[in-house]
Design a binder for this molecule. Structure first.
Ligand code: GLN
Length: 389
């Protein structure tokens, strides 16, 4: 058989998505891959049922159905505080996964450098390899997961084409402050780099923290490529609806890449999701209130299990310190925990560039009963871990 590409040998399958299969195989409560075990708002389900009968069922415009883009432009300009033209500024993609990939392919030539904070959402590593870019890592140091401005400057001195900014951050739950974002903005300007954002948790930010859209910072609109999705905001991760928002000069490139990658996001799902984009502000307030309760339920459970963690400021992940269990391989530890304790998490090493094995990531996008049940199981963790060795 001829050789497969060198490209695919350069990265492994997603550990996050593998942990879901491990959880399913051993019947563990799945707090690994972040997705809800509750339904989307009824309005979306009803719109989907109606769309099944009346359509559309054929291709939408490749960069997004006009009515979906119009609704998205209205909603995002309301929250981002910038004017957004549905024709000139938006490409609708198959999830933010495609949004990020299409953005990387649009801005990077093979050999270009891209700054990635570590820990990082594992897709960025593969995105870099697939687009031929070379990641330059800047550490976010635990337990606070902040960056040292001097580290960031050194990374920019390597003349990267872009920086990838996940805010609120997966896996750390960090919400970058306006000061931190301004520091990034000044360097992006000084070294003339693009800023590719992943802002899928834009509506899941716990007070007093607040989300600042990078594109809304003074002077940053033209160099910011904002990627996000409807997955987390409307609890529809399986609908695969994401988007890129950027200046027309960039969007024209993204349109071409996207067209040949996927042609388009599912037309009936775009149609059905419009009702979500038209939700009033109260919807977003209730969303964050409900996640704030889930956070309290789950952190309370971690406290009762005697586990140490970094309190998330946004998103729905928490990094838990398992150093007391003398973990040699966090991958094995997570597999053992799924099997013996019945709770699945993601090994921290899959997010870090550095050799970090003492952290595991749990997510809490689950019903409160599910979180309470996971908490009960985690109370046996220490006891069971003693028998592990
Ligand atoms: N963002 C989710 C996570 O980190 C997973 C998204 C995905 O698998 N596409 O778990």
């Amino acid at each position: 058989m001829p050789h497969l590409s060198r490209r695919i040998g350069a990265f492994t399958e997603s550990v996050i998505r593998r942990m879901t299969r491990v959880a399913n195989a051993c019947g563990a409560i799945n707090l690994s891959q972040g997705f809800p075990d509750f339904d989307p708002p009824e309005e979306l389900a009803a719109a989907l049922a109606k769309t099944a009968l009346v359509g559309p069922h054929q291709y939408a415009v490749t960069w997004g159905a006009p009515n979906f883009r119009a609704a998205l432009a209205r909603k995002q300009s309301r929250f981002m505080g910038i004017p957004i033209d549905p024709d000139g500024n938006i490409v609708v993609t198959c999830g933010s996964t495609e949004a990020m990939m299409a953005s990387m392919l649009t801005v990077c030539d093979p050999g270009d450098r891209v700054i990635v904070f570590s820990p990082f959402y594992e897709n960025y590593g593969a995105d870099a390899i697939l687009s031929g870019a070379e990641p330059v890592f800047v550490p976010l140091r635990p337990p606070d997961f902040t960056f040292d401005p001097a580290d960031l400057r050194r990374a920019f001195e390597k003349r990267p084409k872009a920086i990838i900014l996940c805010n609120p951050a997966n896996p750390t739950g960090r919400v970058f402050t306006e000061g931190e974002l301004m520091a990034i903005a000044r360097l992006a300007e000084e070294f003339d780099a693009f800023v590719i954002t992943d802002e899928v948790y834009e509506h899941i930010v716990y007070a007093p923290h607040r989300h600042v859209y990078f594109a809304s910072l003074p002077g940053m609109r033209a160099r910011t490529i904002s990627c996000s999705s409807l997955s987390k905001t409307y609890s529809i991760t399986g609908w695969r609806l994401g988007y890129v928002i950027a200046d027309p000069a960039i969007i024209d490139g993204v349109k071409k890449v996207h067209d040949f990658l996927t042609v388009g996001a599912a037309a009936p799902l775009q149609e059905a999701a419009i009702v979500g984009l038209e939700m009033p502000d109260g919807y977003y307030d209730r969303l964050v209130e409900s996640y704030a309760r889930k956070r309290e339920v789950f952190l309370g459970a971690l406290d009762r299990a005697g586990l140490r963690y970094t309190r998330p400021q946004g998103a729905y992940y928490v990094m838990v310190d398992v150093s007391e269990f003398d973990v040699e391989s966090d991958v094995e530890f997570c597999e053992w925990m799924a099997r013996e304790v019945g709770v699945a998490a993601v090994p921290g090493s899959s997010f870090f560039r550095e050799d970090v094995r003492h952290l595991v990531r749990f997510h809490f996008a689950k019903r409160e009963e599910t979180l309470a049940a996971a908490g009960e199981r985690l109370r046996s963790l220490r006891e069971k871990a003693r028998g592990r060795r």
